[in-house]
Design a protein. Structure first.
Ligand code: TYD
Ligand code: MG
Length: 495
């Protein structure tokens, strides 16, 4: 084989290159001193809803789809990593030897609150309580503080209300305030020093959005401030072994950063929800590092503060009109707790343009899907009708097990015939109209029985797992069958 001439030249060229570099030697330093202007603080545009940051302003956040939520903020460089330098190894503790007193809980004595917290407050935990403005967050934590004040000092930091305002509310709720120390302050460093000095058993920060740390130049309520303040409070909670509750407002687009950006920093996240003009409030845990997030607590607002509702099903059904078309009761499950809720539907002819669909307490997209299933699988045409669905009591239920009850309520409203008032309906609906299995049917039916119901229309697949019930259990496979058993098929009578 003949070697091309260019190949033969390679080693020569390569060595020539090397010699040239070697001869050039190190570069000489320039003697001119250049004075640089001080580095400009780095700024970024941060989405106030989810914390996404971008070097440029954008109208719509690519992460959370929020509109007009970007605000310019100073960016704080993350703390320097600790990777440099050698370290001595530490002794890891065997899991079995960790003292279990580390997870002892302090019950507040407010049963519904403790239930959501998994039995009580964990020392050294940082808990975020979120909710719409005016929903009752400050009230709930003031009441919890009053209950715990027997155990030691409580530090209630109020960045929103003056001491006099807080006192007024406390007096209205019958709280004398012994043992509760009030600190109207928004400067985080001052607050932390006060926590160290007073050694309280519980700290409430009302609200985290009003706090400012001087390490950050931006205004209170911005994402950087929120994150910094929360991270520093987490350190204090762990270091001082004191539980800290943060109140956070959930706000509409962009005004103040929402608690969502804090969810991953804190140990537990609770949300207080409810309809503004209803008196019921539901406390729900969406994250809990110390326990399950299954439980909900139900409260009712009153002149003297939030009252526990021990029998929510009974309260939710109190005003039910029997034999009204469009009213159906469903045994839902909130965590491990069965709750009977009335679903109401109203169907009226559309008078103009597109038919309207409205859902209160139920998910609107789900309702629209159920209307499609009713149309296609049960032959109920709703194209010329407005449909309104409402869960009574201001409760928000997202469980698919309510599907069957919503569908039956709509069918009942459309036919203007009441569904069987002694029966409860439960089941998830598939797109084929099939009624699908639900969890924990037995405990749902026990609750229905306790409240005096006599029949239950349930998914056939779940009925098989059930061993006996005091109710008459009617197992159905699909929507048509369920409507027939409810006396709602075309011209049908109850069977
Ligand atoms: P508040 O706890 O201040 O709401 P948030 O801290 O979530 O913004 O409650 C709002 C108002 O409602 C307040 O004036 C007190 C009043 N309220 C009652 O009168 N009774 C109650 O049971 C609750 C929860 C609040
Ligand atoms: Mg408040």
């Amino acid at each position: 084989m003949e070697v091309p001439a260019s190949w033969a030249l390679w080693p020569i060229l390569a060595s020539a290159g090397r010699t040239r570099t070697a001869r050039a030697g190190p570069r000489r330093r320039s003697p001119i001193l250049v004075v640089m202007p001080p580095a400009k603080p780095k700024v970024a545009f941060v989405c106030q809803q989810c914390g996404f940051d971008s070097p440029k302003w954008i109208g719509r956040c690519p992460q959370c789809d929020g509109w007009n939520s970007f605000v310019e903020e100073r960016v704080v460089p993350p703390p320097k990593g600790r990777d440099g330098g050698a370290r001595a190894p530490r002794v890891a503790i065997p899991l079995a030897d960790v003292p279990s007193s580390a997870e002892a809980r302090i019950p507040t004595g407010i049963g519904e609150f403790d239930r959501v917290l998994g039995g009580g407050i964990v020392p050294g935990s940082l808990v975020l309580l979120g909710g719409d403005p005016g929903i009752g967050k400050s009230s709930l934590l003031m009441q919890a503080s009053a209950r715990l004040s027997g155990r030691g000092r409580i530090l209630y930091v109020s960045g929103e209300e003056s001491a006099a305002q807080v006192k007024m509310r406390a007096r209205r709720f019958g709280i004398d305030g012994d043992g509760i120390l009030l600190l109207p302050e928004t400067d985080l460093s001052t607050i932390i020093e006060t926590i160290r000095a007073t050694k309280p058993v519980l700290v409430v920060i009302d609200s985290i959005q009003t706090m400012t740390s001087d390490a950050i130049g931006s205004a209170a309520g911005g994402v950087s401030q929120l994150r910094e303040c929360t991270a520093r409070l987490l350190e204090v909670a762990k270091g001082e072994e004191v539980p800290i509750f943060l109140i956070g407002h959930v706000t509409k687009e962009g005004a103040v950063a929402g608690p969502r950006v804090l969810e991953h920093i804190v140990d537990a996240v609770l949300y207080l929800e409810g309809e503004r003009f209803h008196s019921f409030r539901v406390l729900r845990a969406t994250k809990d590092r110390f326990g399950s997030t299954d439980e909900v607590g139900v409260f009712e607002m009153s002149e003297s503060g939030l009252q526990e509702v021990a029998d929510p099903s009974g309260v939710f059904l109190e005003e039910r009109g029997r034999g009204v078309p469009g009213s159906v009761v469903v045994p839902t499950l909130e965590g491990t707790r069965p709750l009977l809720v009335e679903v109401q539907a109203l169907v009226t002819p559309t008078s103009f343009g597109l038919p309207r669909r409205t859902a209160n307490g139920a998910d609107l997209q789900r309702v629209i899907l159920l209307l499609a299933v009713l149309g296609k699988r049960a032959g109920l045409s709703l194209g010329q009708h407005d449909v309104y669905v409402n869960l009574v009591g201001g409760l928000r239920v997202r469980e698919p097990a309510t599907d069957l009850a919503v569908a039956v309520a709509v069918a009942s409203a459309l036919r203007d015939r009441p569904a069987d008032p002694r029966a409860v309906f439960v089941g998830e609906l598939g797109l084929g109209g099939e009624v699908r299995r639900v969890q924990r049917l037995a405990s749902r039916l026990r609750e229905a029985e306790r409240l005096g119901f006599e029949r239950a229309i349930v998914p056939a697949a779940s009925a098989r797992d059930l061993d006996g019930s005091a109710l008459e259990v009617v197992a159905v496979k699909d929507l048509r069958e369920a409507l027939a058993r409810a006396g709602l098929s075309d011209g049908g009578r109850p069977s």
